[in-house]
Design a protein around this ligand. Sequence first.
Ligand code: ATR
Length: 308
Amino acid sequence: MPDVFARPIDASTRYCAVYGFPVRHSASPAMHNAGLAALGLNWRYLAFAVPPVQLQEALRGAAAMRFVGVNLTVPHKVLAVEMMDVLDASARLWGAVNTVRFEGLRADGHWEPLGQWSAEAEPEQVRMQGFNTDADALVQALQEELGWQAKGSRVLLLGAGGAGRVAALKLAAEGVAQLFLVNRTMEKAAAVAEEIRARYPGCAVTLGYPEGTVDLLVNATSLGLRAEDPLPLDPTRFPLERAGAVYDMIYRPAETPLLARAARAGCRVANGLGMLLYQGTRALEIWSGRPAPVEVMRRALREHVYGG
Ligand code: ATR
């Protein structure tokens, strides 16, 4: 592991951060500081508990202090969309921002990421560009960890909150043939289904449990975070033997009751650590313009979350 303290903070150190509310649970500082050290960058990654009513102020403060970038987590991702100066196609597409890049105006009129300016340079104007790396990260994790192929597949998605909505739209965009949506509040699933029908008519979307089998089941609810939580699905309505693979966006605990049951039922299984990793590696690439040290960041994340 790179020693993240090997290089002392000095007057040239640049900063990135995650804003959440709460943020104490975040594994992002451990993952990113290891990545930054491996890249040999004199940057540090911090974490701030920013109340939603002060999100705008906190973003402007980071811009004023010439931060390189900021990640946003619950509950800021949708709120931030309106606060950006520019939205990348990913943020526009999913209506949520999890990565902000600060950019400075060059004399020739083009905006360059602050991470690529030298520490001595002083941009007169700085703007915020919003990106969303969550959706691509989910698909990368599904492909790499479960060998999942989107095209023509049948998927059961549990959850229609912030994470569930983006997952549903992304799965439809990737070419899923049949998507089944289940959520405690079915009105929210119905709204997501409407959005998919309008934007991705090639995906047949149905509310409720499927008959027969699915290639993939994804849990995008928060059920499983706490030991006393019930399963996020009703196994009498959908026995897990009928799923080829099960992905749980939760990564703490490493094995949720859903994943334990799915493994016993013979499904291929993976937890949400890969998604967390890939949204982070993509953010670091957006800020630095360099390939992220994926394996270093994966190890740091595992060590932080599971203690090795
Ligand atoms: P996130 O941004 O992580 O998606 P969210 O928008 O609050 O957070 O969504 C949480 C998801 O977990 C929703 O699908 C929610 O169901 P509702 O839409 O009915 O609220 C689901 N969820 C949370 N607690 C639940 C519970 N006790 N039983 C069933 N579903 C639950």
